[in-house]
Write a protein that binds this ligand. Sequence first.
Ligand SMILES: *[C@@H]1O[C@H](CO)[C@@H](O)[C@H](O)[C@H]1NC(C)=O
Ligand SMILES: *[C@@H]1O[C@H](CO)[C@@H](O)[C@H](O)[C@H]1NC(C)=O
Ligand SMILES: *[C@@H]1O[C@H](CO)[C@@H](O)[C@H](O)[C@H]1NC(C)=O
Ligand SMILES: *[C@@H]1O[C@H](CO)[C@@H](O)[C@H](O)[C@H]1NC(C)=O
Ligand SMILES: *[C@@H]1O[C@H](CO)[C@@H](O)[C@H](O)[C@H]1NC(C)=O
Ligand SMILES: *[C@@H]1O[C@H](CO)[C@@H](O)[C@H](O)[C@H]1NC(C)=O
Ligand SMILES: *[C@@H]1O[C@H](CO)[C@@H](O)[C@H](O)[C@H]1NC(C)=O
Ligand SMILES: *[C@@H]1O[C@H](CO)[C@@H](O)[C@H](O)[C@H]1NC(C)=O
Ligand SMILES: *[C@@H]1O[C@H](CO)[C@@H](O)[C@H](O)[C@H]1NC(C)=O
Ligand SMILES: CC(=O)N[C@H]1CO[C@H](CO)[C@@H](O)[C@@H]1O
Length: 458
Amino acid sequence: MHSWSSLAPHFMLQCRIYVLLLGICSALKLTVPSHTIRGIEGQPLTLPVDYNFNITVSDIQIIWLFEKPPTTLRYLLISVNQSVVPDLEYRHKFTLTPPNASLLIKSLHLSDEGSYIIKINIYGNGTIPASAKIQVTVDVPVTKPVIYTEPLFGVVENSGNITLKCTVEKGTRIVYQWMKNGYPIEASTIYSLSANNDVLWIAPVIKEAIGNYSCLAENPVSAMESDMILPTIYYGPYGLTINSDNGQKLGDYFTVDKGEAVQLYCSADSNPPNNYSWIRRADNSTHLIKYGRSLEVGSEKVTQKTEEYRCRAVNNMTGKWKETHIFVIIMPKGLEQLAQKGKYLSPLGIITGISLFLIVSMCFLTLWKRFQPHKVLQQKLQTRPEADYRKAQTISGHENALDDFGIYEFVAFPDPAGISRVSSRSVSGSDMVHGQDFNGTVYEVIRHIPEQHQEYQE
Ligand SMILES: *[C@@H]1O[C@H](CO)[C@@H](O)[C@H](O)[C@H]1NC(C)=O
Ligand SMILES: *[C@@H]1O[C@H](CO)[C@@H](O)[C@H](O)[C@H]1NC(C)=O
Ligand SMILES: *[C@@H]1O[C@H](CO)[C@@H](O)[C@H](O)[C@H]1NC(C)=O
Ligand SMILES: *[C@@H]1O[C@H](CO)[C@@H](O)[C@H](O)[C@H]1NC(C)=O
Ligand SMILES: *[C@@H]1O[C@H](CO)[C@@H](O)[C@H](O)[C@H]1NC(C)=O
Ligand SMILES: *[C@@H]1O[C@H](CO)[C@@H](O)[C@H](O)[C@H]1NC(C)=O
Ligand SMILES: *[C@@H]1O[C@H](CO)[C@@H](O)[C@H](O)[C@H]1NC(C)=O
Ligand SMILES: *[C@@H]1O[C@H](CO)[C@@H](O)[C@H](O)[C@H]1NC(C)=O
Ligand SMILES: *[C@@H]1O[C@H](CO)[C@@H](O)[C@H](O)[C@H]1NC(C)=O
Ligand SMILES: CC(=O)N[C@H]1CO[C@H](CO)[C@@H](O)[C@@H]1O
């Protein structure tokens, strides 16, 4: 029998305090572990109940009642001692095994939702009653949600909207949550949600909206997540650039050794992939060279010292296109070596070297002007150190140092933008040589050839 041996001493103490304060303590103690129980439709459910008493009793009566607000109280079953008398209407539904007061519901239906009331009476020296109420909710588990997308095909950035609808076949009390790449989505400038969150609108559609979308459907008894969907958003082209794995790039300029070829790659971010085309610009006219991402420019194809190539990226879904250009400069072998050296020497070193060379050249010019005869000069040149002679050759590319006579102008440009302004202007009667150092300074050496019989002042 339930007896009082199971009562812990501290409970007795607590109970005495309750008696003093509230006067609610009794010889019968009825407890329910949980006042709210969530059940699943079609499954059995136990409503657990515990009770204790510390007096000797002859009869134990257990009564279960059901209450659903619009309807009146319904009687389910009653037990006295070991015998159970169910309401015949619910005979197959509820089970009780006295003296255990817990009620077993065999198979839950949505209609079983409501309040279950238990009343226990013990009869010994008088009758002592106790009762409790348990709230039961019944839910249908959610099935895996499916997302419907509208439109079915892609949407062009900034010119459409996307509707995602989360649907579940079964489930009660569903709470929807949209996720992008696994993170919950809140309403924002591009996202709006329906009242119950089952529909997500993306408007305006922007590139940043691209991601894996999923829908989480939850209720008190289950949670299911849909498969991810990746809406198609057409965008771009963005960030058009031209690159090369060989050749040296400085701003818009690529240098290529004479006799070698440079491989140019054009790239821009877009969906669907861009359709690339290459255009060569010579004088004022442009020629479409080829379609495709890459272009090989052989230095022999570059008819001028500097040639402009344009890459155009076209996204045929967005209807947008971008174009960028680069200049390919053919480096004579000698100057390339000098430029290479410039990588290891300080820019100041190169400048000093060239300045020295210019001063020497100026001295020769003066000497030449003063002692007209070529022969004297020729002899003097032959006595020059071999190193100086070779240096002159490397800069000019000419065989004879005599051809190097002229007025040299040294111009330095601190930025690559400066080049285009100068190099596009043709300087008549002069040669132009480009050079560069790694700091971004670009310099040019311009040689003016004076008229044979013109007096040169200064
Ligand atoms: C039973 O317990 C209650 C408090 O829990 C106490 O007031 C009562 O005196 C007890 N009765 C007996 C017979 O021990
Ligand atoms: C319950 O059992 C007790 C003894 O255990 C007995 O005295 C009493 O009559 C029984 N009550 C009923 C309704 O059978
Ligand atoms: C009463 O019955 C329920 C369900 O059948 C069970 O879980 C529980 O352990 C039982 N309690 C006792 C005291 O036997
Ligand atoms: C029965 O209750 C009366 C008063 O309610 C009390 O005087 C008497 O002692 C009780 N008898 C037993 C056996 O608990
Ligand atoms: C979304 O686009 C449809 C037509 O495709 C249009 O009827 C609807 O108003 C648009 N909704 C929003 C929020 O822009
Ligand atoms: C979407 O998910 C797929 C597979 O998990 C992954 O490969 C892809 O990179 C994801 N896309 C985005 C935009 O996160
Ligand atoms: C790019 O577009 C042109 C004309 O629009 C077409 O002839 C060419 O085949 C396209 N190239 C690719 C790779 O789609
Ligand atoms: C290039 O075009 C400009 C104006 O568009 C014109 O003034 C110039 O003469 C043209 N040059 C050549 C070489 O065709
Ligand atoms: C867009 O370009 C792709 C290749 O880049 C091609 O397959 C497709 O047919 C083109 N669509 C239209 C409408 O031009
Ligand atoms: C573009 C660049 O790096 N310029 C630097 C060149 O070097 C001077 C000092 O030597 C710096 O002040 C510039 O910023």
